[in-house]
Design a protein around this ligand. Structure first.
Ligand SMILES: *Cc1c(COP(=O)(O)O)cnc(C)c1O
Length: 219
């Protein structure tokens, strides 16, 4: 096996219309390049510092999505480097993104991160608060809301993640049907190595896979 085989296998198994994003935290540029050669179009990164290193080598051969928790002092760098920020969960962060985008004259596509497991220690906005956050973010001219993202609680048994994906999909669908002007409920990002099949069952159209592409993480 190897990265190339792993990517090809997953790509051959997932339905058309589902995007396989390679979650590449801690991976080297050569590993990322191998994944891209095998057909990966989107790289997800969690840490700005790490991402900057590999970004310098890999460059624009793929699109870059930010999937980590964004700290205030890293927003500028994130806005410079990333094509989408999947983890917007507060008005404060949105407002910073908007400000830097205005300076750089760009519009940032974002997903709203939903804390579908309602875990107090986790990031993301509670499902019942998503709508009001979206309404507030709508005022920012340099942000484009394009969908939802969720992690869901981590379980030993992947099947246990299903209800959280279902709840997030319900919310996604409801918002889509509301047809709120100036937002586009296009992407639903959920599912990782052990849960992506369940996530696809439940309506995900972006899956974020790390281990199943690159192997176990060393750090
Ligand atoms: C690491 C990570 C993934 C992928 O996790 P694996 O279990 O290695 O597939 C997906 N999403 C986020 C936000 C991550 O940090």
């Amino acid at each position: 096996m190897g990265i190339k085989n792993n990517v090809e296998k997953i790509l051959s198994e997932i339905p058309e219309g589902v995007i396989l994003e390679a979650a590449a935290k801690t991976r080297a540029a050569e590993e990322i390049l191998e994944a891209i050669e095998a057909g990966i179009k989107i790289i997800g990164e969690n840490y700005i510092q790490d991402a900057a290193g590999v970004y310098g080598i890999v460059g624009r051969k793929a699109e870059w999505h930010y999937i980590g928790h964004l700290q205030k002092n890293k927003v500028k760098k994130a806005v410079e480097m990333f094509d989408m920020i999947e983890t917007v969960d507060s008005l404060k962060i949105a407002s910073r993104i908007d400000r830097y985008c205005e300076e750089m004259n760009k519009i940032m596509p974002v997903l709203i991160e939903v804390n579908s497991g309602r875990e107090p220690q986790k990031f993301g906005v509670l499902p019942e608060e998503v709508e009001s956050l979206i309404e507030n973010i709508l005022h920012f001219e340099h942000i484009r809301i394009m969908g939802l993202m969720t992690m869901g609680p981590r379980f030993g048994n992947p099947e246990d993640a299903r209800p959280y994906f279902q709840e997030t999909y319900k919310l996604f669908k409801k918002l889509k049907e509301q047809g709120i002007p100036d937002i586009e409920m296009k992407y639903l990002s959920m599912g990782m190595s052990n849960t992506y099949k369940i996530a696809i069952d439940e309506g995900a159209n972006i899956i974020r896979v790390g281990t199943k592409i690159f192997g176990e993480r060393k750090k």
